[in-house]
Design a protein around this ligand. Structure first.
Ligand SMILES: [Zn+2]
Ligand SMILES: [Zn+2]
Length: 371
């Protein structure tokens, strides 16, 4: 019996001469679980006591009665250990969190890879030693964070990598790959985006950005203030940041129409060698108000109905077309306001009514999130 016990469970050994106490590990699916088996003097399994580590206890939770029954019924320790492994395999299937605990060689692999990469690049690591945050600086001096989630079967299985980027991060991985190679691939991705961030950083520095409130490195959209209640929304292509972006002018028709006409008429003047900001100013024939010359409050006029600027994600972008009024409203506020008035009229999704400020005709579309 002894020889097949050792063969099946090389990490479990009798620790006394009477062979009544066994201590060590039981291995299931490449994972080792600590346990100790105490047998009575006659080495009968029926009276045996099983001590499990926390990890093993957690795995066997709900299966205790089966384990007890197997102890009672197994002919010897060899067959009991086989039965126990079967129960543990069932347990691992129902508790995937147990199977995510990596084997010991995982940690030595991780340490040697970090030594090659350089510990100074590690910002933080979680308590399971599976999620790493690396700091990476690109050639333009911008700081980035690369998050790497290692799999328990690292390096056989590819890790999950993510970062604040405008494009999906694609990393090539083979079982021979290392963290240093991921780091290198990430640097190449950052270099390919340098021009995109140069273009956006210039806009962020020299104009008033109304949206997003705090642009992140992955944001490709900017809503730039042009004047009181007039703005332009541009969607920059990360792969071709200097090409004419998708543009949308927002504000009162009276002001927006001439700008739109200029944009259409001057589009051919767009120069891909020049910066996005300069090109936009050239084709629109304007100069954007900049933080150096204007206060931001001049462009963030609050809604004339709820008196706030930001309503969840909505900004007051519905503007009264009467040039003497020009009051901005949130779409939701104006829609609710007009719908409640008997003088208003609705046709499909558009409500026609009077501006709450100047009583001149105003229309609003039903907000898309309302039904
Ligand atoms: Zn409002
Ligand atoms: Zn008005």
């Amino acid at each position: 019996m002894e020889s097949s016990l050792v063969k099946d469970n090389p990490l479990l050994l009798a620790i006394n001469r009477q062979k009544t106490i066994y201590d060590g590990f039981i291995t299931v699916q490449d994972q080792d679980f600590r346990l100790r088996i105490q047998l009575p003097a006659d080495r009968q399994l029926k009276q045996a006591r099983l001590h499990c580590s926390c990890k093993l206890k957690h795995l066997l939770r709900g299966y205790e009665h089966i384990v007890k029954q197997r102890l009672q019924q197994s002919a010897d320790l060899v067959s009991f250990m086989l039965e126990l492994k079967t129960v543990m395999e069932v347990g691992l299937k129902s508790r995937p969190e147990c199977s995510s605990i990596p084997p010991p060689q995982y940690y030595s692999q991780l340490i040697s890879e970090m030594e090659t990469l350089g510990w100074d690049k590690l910002l933080s690591i979680d308590t399971e030693f599976q999620t790493l945050r690396l700091k990476v600086q690109d050639s333009a001096g911008r700081q980035h964070i690369l998050i790497i989630k290692l799999k328990s079967k690292h390096p056989a299985e590819a890790p999950e990598c993510s970062a604040d980027l405008p494009l999906p991060l694609l990393i090539t991985w083979t079982p021979q790959s290392t963290l240093a190679q991921i780091h290198h691939q990430f640097l190449l991705v950052l270099e390919s985006l340098t021009e995109f961030w140069d273009v956006l950083d210039e806009i962020d520095r020299q104009t008033w950005i109304l949206e997003p409130e705090k642009p992140s490195r992955s944001d490709t959209m900017r809503r730039i203030a042009i004047g009181n209640n007039v703005s332009i929304k541009v969607e920059v292509d990360p792969k071709h940041p200097k090409m004419l972006p998708e543009c949308c002018l927002l504000g009162a028709e009276l002001v927006v129409t001439p700008l739109r006409n200029k944009l259409n008429a001057n589009m051919h003047l767009w120069n891909p060698d020049s910066s996005l900001l300069l090109n936009l100013q050239d084709v629109l024939e304007i100069e954007f108000p900049s933080p150096a010359t204007h206060e931001k409050s001049a462009f963030s006029v609050e809604c004339g109905i709820c008196y706030s600027y930001r309503l969840e994600a909505e900004l007051p972008d519905q503007v009264c077309n009467n040039p003497c009024c020009g009051q901005p409203f949130h779409q939701t506020c104006l829609y609710e306001w007009l719908r409640a008035l008997p003088s208003s009229r609705q046709s499909f999704s558009v409500v026609f009514g009077e501006c709450p400020y100047c009583s001149k005709p105003i229309t609003v579309k039903m907000p898309t999130h309302q039904f």
